[in-house]
Write a protein that binds this ligand. Structure first.
Ligand code: B12
Ligand code: SF4
Length: 482
């Protein structure tokens, strides 16, 4: 039996608003526990990890790293290595696409891609003192020599996996108090947007592997019934799947069974051109309360040629009209600061948002993650200096990464977009005056307050208590990195 301590970004106050759990460790913990190992979790905080190390005495520290967040993980791991004796392994999106982090001091192994089969195989071999240099998906460093292995095929049937181990987070009070929980019914996405990790993943995988896999409706229902039993406080579910409605037959069966067997309001994500009357009606009967919709840009060239979204403005407008007409709330997500972005193109994004009348409009700065198509394009066209590879922000809410004209004004616009979609009469003053003032930190605070307000009054189907909203606002301003 090995003792494995997962290290992830844990934002305690965000746990309260639900959905902010990391599925990699939860799912891996379930698989590992089934094979007799013990697992625990700690946030990215030296004191918390040290305390857990003293009490839990882990053999392995297992980090789930995103690009940007990996820098603090590497630093922390190095510091811990000076005091404790453990094997360190890194998995998640960053090592998957930037496996060269194995060269960093203190990193013993990295896992590329899926860990469901690879991690238990590696842990078992390590425990038994067997050869760990040939485990597929893993790169290992022994006496400064690096052993690189190819990736293995993806798991085809997700139903063979146990349910994610939610108890991993039980130690956090905010999590125990939460009224919202997150669920994942699928892995992967069949689309190829240039800024998303899915297209890199498709390229990396074994030829012929299915890109998108979804658990059976029955398997999901069993998990949700268990969740209701174990966490009776939960009133709202957030489906973290990239797109819930890829498979129409699945949606039909899910809608029917969910209404009878679970019957809780829920949030999910959809692509605009895939929204149909039938899907929304079916899902609404089941409990659909809020849809998150990526629109990304109102400019056709940026949206389709640069970001690879492949959808017309007309498809977006028609798609979003459906939830609006059926009284289902929805948010529009926008990307600001892509190559070619100008003060005119962001105005097109604002216009499209205003036309579609979302419940909430949010925006993010384009962050070209290593090895994505947009990264290569940005470097090749002088928008990004590849030497900045270690300078990724931990979050893409704060600023714009690329070198583009009028960057500061575009960042100001990004922070003021949500408010000016809600109150379109503000746009002349935003455009002609506010974005020109060097007040970005203030605009960022306005945006966070607005988000806090929307969360309190619109996003949740239940009345968010005063205490909960105070914690959410506090978190948005002082703590949140997600
Ligand atoms: C749900 C989600 C979120 C949620 C929850 C985040 C969280 N902490 O888990 C929210 C909305 C909060 C979020 C926020 C952010 N996200 Co996000 N998110 C996702 C999403 C859609 C699913 C992640 C997931 O749970 N997958 C399911 C699990 C099972 O897969 P997995 O995590 O990859 O784990 C598997 C393997 O990687 C491996 N593995 C994982 N950990 C480990 C550890 C070890 C030791 C081993 C051996 C193996 C291993 O095994 C697992 C099972 O196969 C992904 C896209 C995607 N499909 O993965 C983006 C994604 C991970 N997010 C991304 C980003 C950028 C962010 C933010 C930085 C955005 C921001 N706000 O600025 C923040 C960072 C939050 C943070 N620091 O935690 C990027 C990461 C890109 C990159 N190169 O790092 C992704 C890939 C999307 C994209 N843009 O392409 N996100
Ligand atoms: S639709 Fe969403 S999840 Fe799928 S490739 Fe595009 S951005 Fe990624």
């Amino acid at each position: 039996m090995s003792r494995i301590l997962f290290i992830v970004h844990v934002d305690r106050t965000m746990l309260l608003s639900g959905g902010f759990v990391t599925f990699g460790p939860m799912w891996l913990s379930a698989v590992l526990k089934k094979q007799g190992h013990q697992c625990d979790i700690a946030g990215l905080n030296y004191k918390e990890i040290e305390k857990t190390c003293r009490e839990f005495k882990p053999d392995i520290l297992a980090y789930t790293a995103f690009t940007g967040g990996h820098v603090s993980m590497l630093k922390l791991n190095k510091k811990l290595k000076e005091r404790y004796n453990f094997f360190s392994m890194f998995g998640g999106p960053h090592p998957t696409f930037s496996p060269e982090i194995i060269e960093e001091d203190g990193v013993d192994a990295i896992c590329r891609g899926e860990g469901f089969e690879a991690m238990p195989e590696f842990v078992n071999k390590l425990e038994r003192g067997e050869d760990i240099t040939q485990v597929k998906n893993f790169w290992v460093k022994i006496d400064n020599k690096i052993y690189k292995n190819p990736v293995r095929p993806l798991i085809k049937d997700l139903d063979i996996l146990p349910f994610p181990d939610r108890s991993l987070y039980d130690k956090y009070k905010d999590y125990r108090l939460a009224r919202t929980a997150a669920v994942m019914t699928s892995q992967g996405c069949p689309f190829n947007c240039t800024y998303c990790f899915n297209h890199q993943l498709h390229e990396m995988m074994v030829k012929g592997d299915p890109v998108f896999r979804q658990r059976s409706v029955g398997h999901v229902m069993e998990e949700l019934k268990q969740l209701k039993r174990d966490y009776p406080k939960i009133e709202y579910l957030v489906f973290r799947d990239e797109i819930i409605n890829v498979n129409k037959k699945w949606v039909k069966e899910f809608s029917q069974r969910y209404a009878n067997e679970v019957g809780m309001p829920f949030y999910c994500l959809m692509r605009p051109e895939m929204i149909t009357e039938e899907t929304v009606e079916d899902l609404k009967k089941a409990g659909l309360y809020f849809i998150g919709i990526g629109v990304e840009s109102g400019n056709d060239f940026i949206r389709n040629e640069i970001l690879g979204r492949n959808m017309s403005k007309k498809q977006i407008i028609n798609g979003l009209k459906i939830p609006r007409d059926k009284n289902v709330k929805f948010s529009m997500y926008n990307i600001i600061g892509a190559p070619g972005e100008t003060l005119d193109t962001v105005m097109e994004t604002w216009e499209l948002n205003v036309k579609c009348k979302p419940t909430f409009s949010d925006s993010f700065g384009l962050t070209p993650y290593p090895k994505t198509e947009i990264y290569n394009y940005s470097v090749a066209n002088g928008f990004l200096d590849p030497k900045l590879n270690d300078k990724y922000p931990e979050t893409y809410h704060e600023g714009i990464m690329l070198n583009i004209k009028n960057k500061r004004q575009l960042e100001n616009f990004m922070h003021l977009l949500g408010v000016s979609v809600e109150f379109p009469f503000l746009m002349p003053i935003v455009k002609n005056f506010l974005i020109k003032c060097p007040l970005r930190p203030i605009y960022n605070i306005i945006r966070k307050f607005w988000k806090g307000y929307v969360y309190r009054y619109r996003i949740y189907p239940y009345r968010v208590s005063f205490r909960e909203s105070l914690r959410i606002i506090y978190n948005e301003i002082f703590v949140s990195k997600v």
